[in-house]
Write a protein that binds this ligand. Sequence first.
Ligand SMILES: NC(=O)c1ccc[n+]([C@@H]2O[C@H](COP(=O)([O-])OP(=O)(O)OC[C@H]3O[C@@H](n4cnc5c(N)ncnc54)[C@H](O)[C@@H]3O)[C@@H](O)[C@H]2O)c1
Length: 261
Amino acid sequence: MYKNLKNKKIIISAGASGIGWSTAKLFLSRGATVYICDIDKKLINKTKKHPLNNKKLFSYECDASNENQVSTFFQQVSKKTKKIDALINNIGIAGPTGTIEKLKSKDWEQTLKVNVISHFYFSRLAIPMLKKNKNGTIINFSSTAGIFGFPLRSPYAASKWAVVGITKTMAMELGRFKIRVNAICPGTIKGDRMGRVIRDKAKFLKVSKKLVEKEFLSMTSLKNWIYEEDIGKMCCFLVSEDAERISGQIISVDGNTISMH
Ligand SMILES: NC(=O)c1ccc[n+]([C@@H]2O[C@H](COP(=O)([O-])OP(=O)(O)OC[C@H]3O[C@@H](n4cnc5c(N)ncnc54)[C@H](O)[C@@H]3O)[C@@H](O)[C@H]2O)c1
């Protein structure tokens, strides 16, 4: 089924851990070549030593919210390839937890810079490489917080709704170049990041972590955690030719979120 991912060339932002790394491993195991960047030097070095790194993985230290560093990353990638098949704009931080009156402007600004403007930095430089390929795809990472309101996480919700706007617009601008643009909205992913989100919410509300976790899982029809691999599988599908007529879509992988409170 995934024969058509063989030799595809994929760039993933913030790809050295979490969903990005899990997705990178899935693409590598299906024969693709993957170029990742991440702000965390230790994690980047760890990926370089990974057994799947068989000359098909290029890892580079880069702050996705720093335009010059993103440019340098692309200069390094372009020494290896002039064309790519996909850009996965995975970068996105959780941002602060709190009510509007309690949040700080600098945290708002940082969340929008990392979650929204960095997608612009990567897309701007990836589009010429996708155009050279005369075919390709961009996957932006939104969230279920880009579909619902998300109490105590207003900067994050604003950033993820912005990603929906960018996705719809890029799909319209790039369709005539055979470049498809979609967004994935992951739900509550089992892993370190949700652990931190649950801890911060429990602290803010002065309730137990168990209670917050139970509430998160109760917000979906399937009442279950989502796993990083579930998101990687959707990325593989969207990059594959099986998705060649899918563009401009906002696709949730979340067990069907019914509310966020
Ligand atoms: N984890 C979830 O439950 C969840 C839910 C919905 C949406 N998402 C979205 O999915 C995407 C990936 O989430 P995740 O949970 O894997 O993230 P994560 O918090 O686990 O971080 C992944 C990587 O991002 C890197 N990173 C952080 N800031 C960076 C920067 N400025 N430049 C480069 N790298 C940076 C980290 O070093 C880390 O390796 C994000 O866009 C996130 O908003 C995640």
